[in-house]
Design a protein around this ligand. Structure first.
Ligand code: NAD
Length: 478
């Protein structure tokens, strides 16, 4: 079991085991790392009771005190960075240094929102003589949060940060494949002195847990990160109960490369970012629309970088890309590549599973991919890049906007006029120019169109977790 943590649910401040368990598998060698406890309805009822008590207490806790506890937890997580990174690599597959970076990022989410909780300002609206209107921002209630497997620590951290900073209690269902990141966060909060019941952690069958928790009156926000299909389903369920949603859903990020940049450098930058986390990132740069005049040089540079990547067990020194996270992704990659090639795409790098133990897939580059290929509509969520030429910026923007997704988009250019055009016309919640960094704790992150509702991070990050109450106060009765 090589030091992987013993897994428990965390309910009402206590750790518990369950009769039912699921295996957690190491994607690098398919060995079983541990037994994941599966929550029963009784466990979920206990979590709801605990979260109700937790909310009563935490929503009345002074912001400064909330901030202190969140910052203490973030400090503990940073101190344990290497241990947590190792567990993330074991369960998810990403290289150890990416796990370390993830722990830092998750801690930064907590630190940013801890600061924001001191700035949950209301306002006073002047009224007629003797009347004052006061606008308050109050915590929304218990949050049912669902975190995915691609960032086992930073994704749960982001949701917990927003909820706890706002004064909400949380029932977090973390990903079954990658439970250790969330487990470490719960441990850190317990040690930091978070009152019992404010944060509850469950695992289980995702559809059973969401269909049980979302209809409960007490649950006032469903915060989900995952695919558009599941997000749509959960939004439908929440709407039956007039429950708010915060949805961070799929993307299929376009990258517009204009004709005024260095194609070799831009190709290297593109390939370095594409294969981070084995491409399993909702903001992963995927559809590269490259100015025709640069296409050949850009493609050669991108392909050379992709072919040079060291792929292997993320715990091995020097590894730059690990396996994909599960067998489903491995199968999905092969289906998408085979389909694209059968429709006429050029396979310029990779395209096959590596070996037959562990879920390793080659860093893959497809060029001149026709619109009829599935991958042009379906987010690959894996190590596959699409490189297509475009005749102009207008053409690039048209291609970028043609999908129903709008999470991240990228542009490379030195021209202010091109930047201005992309700022106006690219349909995305996040547009980055000359960088493939899409989100920071201090910037608002989220999608438009099918990529979701609401924002995490930035000044907007606590909006979804709070409700606005207007109080009109007449000094004299009448
Ligand atoms: P999936 O659609 O089955 O699951 C996606 C996530 O949703 C998982 O974390 C899963 O536990 C959860 N989930 C599924 N059904 C649920 C339900 N009824 N209630 C609550 N949670 C539920 O697919 P998958 O194979 O796990 O992942 C593949 C796809 O998911 C990818 O193609 C990608 O688009 C998407 N995804 C997106 C993100 C992201 O950061 N936006 C993260 C992980 C996965």
């Amino acid at each position: 079991m090589t030091g992987y943590p013993d897994l428990h649910l965390f309910i009402g401040g206590a750790w518990r085991k369950t009769a039912d368990t699921l295996p957690v598998v190491n994607p690098a060698d398919e060995s079983v790392l541990g037994a994941l406890p599966v929550a029963s309805k009784t466990d979920l009822d206990d979590a709801l009771d605990a979260a109700a008590k937790g909310f009563r207490l935490w929503s009345r806790t002074a912001p400064r005190e909330r901030q202190d506890i969140i910052l203490r937890a973030a400090r503990i997580l940073r101190q344990r960075g290497d241990e947590i990174a190792r567990h993330i690599t074991m369960e998810h597959g990403k290289p150890f240094h990416e796990g370390q970076a993830e722990v830092i990022r998750g801690s930064e989410f907590l630190e940013w929102d801890a600061g924001e909780c001191l700035r949950l300002y209301g306002r006073v609206i002047p009224g007629a003589e003797g009347i004052r209107h006061t606008v308050l921002r109050q915590p929304i209630g218990t949050v049912a949060a669902f975190a995915p497997w691609n960032f086992p620590m930073s994704q749960p951290a982001r949701k917990i940060a927003g909820a706890l900073a706002s004064g909400c209690s949380v029932i977090l269902k973390a990903a079954e494949e990658t439970p250790a990141g969330a487990l470490h966060i719960a441990r850190a909060f317990q040690e930091a002195g978070l009152p019992d019941g404010v944060l509850n952690l469950v695992f289980g069958v995702p559809a059973e847990i969401s269909s049980y928790l979302i209809p409960q009156d007490q649950v006032r926000l469903v915060a989900f990160t995952g695919s558009t299909a599941v997000g749509r389903h959960l939004t439908g369920l929440a709407s039956q109960h007039m429950t708010s949603v915060l949805m961070e859903l799929g993307g299929h990020a376009p990258v517009i490369v204009c004709d005024d940049v260095d194609p070799v450098l831009t190709g290297q930058v593109g390939a370095s970012r594409k294969y981070r986390n084995a491409g399993q990132v909702c903001t992963s740069p995927t559809r590269f629309y490259v100015a025709q005049s640069l296409f050949s040089a850009f493609t050669d540079s991108f392909v050379a970088r992709a072919k040079g990547l060291v792929v292997g067990d993320g715990l091995r020194a020097g590894v730059q890309m690990g396996p994909v996270a599960n067998a489903r992704r491995l199968e999905a990659m092969q289906v998408l590549v085979d389909d694209a090639v059968s429709k006429g795409a050029e396979l310029r790098a990779g395209g096959r599973r590596i070996g037959n133990k562990g879920y390793f897939f080659e860093p893959t580059v497809l060029a001149n991919v026709p619109d009829t290929a599935k991958i042009m509509d379906e987010e690959p969520f894996g190590p596959i890049a699409i490189l297509n030429p475009v005749t102009s910026l207008d053409h690039g923007i048209l291609e970028a906007n043609k999908l129903p997704y709008g999470l991240a988009a990228y542009g490379f250019t030195h021209s202010a006029a091109n930047v201005d055009r992309m700022m106006s016309d690219v349909e995305a919640g996040n547009l980055s120019i000359n960088t493939l960094e899409a989100s920071l704790p201090e910037t608002p992150f989220g999608g438009v169109k099918w990529s979701g509702y609401g924002r995490e991070g930035g000044e907007e990050g606590l909006h979804a977790y709070t409700v606005v109450k207007n109080v009109s106060h007449r000094m004299a009765i009448g």
